[in-house]
Design a protein around this ligand. Structure first.
Ligand code: SAM
Length: 236
């Protein structure tokens, strides 16, 4: 059990609501920030328990920003924890958030979980995440739930939307640059990590990829496979 799951299991403080298997994933992507002056933004304050959990996990130098539509969430502010009230579906609000927070290293979307909320939040804030930061959107199972705007293979679910990211990180290799070209996403995203209900995006400045060869070359004749039409004729 990692430190985060231990805290959660033994929690006697404010209520926290998380899926059990998320703790391994969080620790895998967030442990490198522990003990640093990391800035964490979590959408979805609920009763403030997860904000306290992040504060405990990241340590005395971290800053935690909770965002929630419920004005009563403001009461969960304390040292190192700031709560900002607003609707994550509202693009103007999201734009203003960027001004209120000097830096975002980690963004956790555990808010309303509706498709437009997840997509708007991603579109307005992803570019604001630090160049070595992590963007984590959770409870993606709502992409399969009708009442949240989801549905299997339905256009505009967060899952379907995010499948395009796979193309974007591979855009260096596109021979149809008019359709798939190198973008800011290609140049700033190192990897996409899909789990049950979670997508974690690891940012890192990316250079155009290239291959190298090392070792001593052997002298072997080149092999040219016979053309398929010739094979057919030989087989008769
Ligand atoms: C699942 S709870 C968050 C759980 C919390 N992070 C925890 O781990 O204990 C979801 C929260 O999202 C908030 N929420 C719902 N719709 C929202 C919206 N449009 N914008 C911002 N927050 C929203 C709700 O008020 C609720 O507090």
């Amino acid at each position: 059990m990692n430190a985060l799951e231990k805290y959660f299991t033994e929690n006697t403080g404010r209520l926290i609501h998380k899926w059990k298997h998320y703790f391994e994933i969080y620790d895998r992507h967030f442990s490198r920030f522990r003990g640093t002056d990391v800035h964490v933004m979590e959408f979805g304050v609920f009763q403030g328990g997860s904000l306290q959990m992040w504060k405990h996990y990241f340590g005395p130098n971290c800053k935690i920003f909770g965002v929630d539509i419920n004005p009563h969430s403001k009461q969960f502010e304390e040292d190192q924890i700031k709560v900002i009230i607003g609707d994550q579906e509202d693009r103007e609000f999201l734009k203003s958030l960027a001004e209120k927070t000097p830096r975002i290293d980690i963004l956790i979307d555990d808010g309303g979980h509706r498709m437009t909320q997840q997509i708007n939040t991603f579109e307005e804030l992803f570019h604001r995440i630090d160049e070595n930061g992590v963007y984590l959107c959770e409870d993606l199972h709502t992409s399969y739930w009708r009442k949240y705007g989801g549905g299997y293979k339905k256009r505009d679910t967060f899952i379907e939307y995010s499948k395009n990211f796979i193309d974007y990180i591979n855009a260096w290799h596109s021979t149809q640059q008019d359709r798939l070209s190198v973008s800011e996403f290609t140049k700033t995203v190192h990897s996409l990590h899909y789990y049950d209900s979670i997508l974690a995006i690891e940012k890192r400045p990316i250079e155009k990829p290239y291959t190298l060869m090392t070792g001593i070359p052997a002298t072997i004749p080149e092999y040219h496979p016979p053309k398929k039409s010739l094979l057919k004729r030989l087989k008769g």
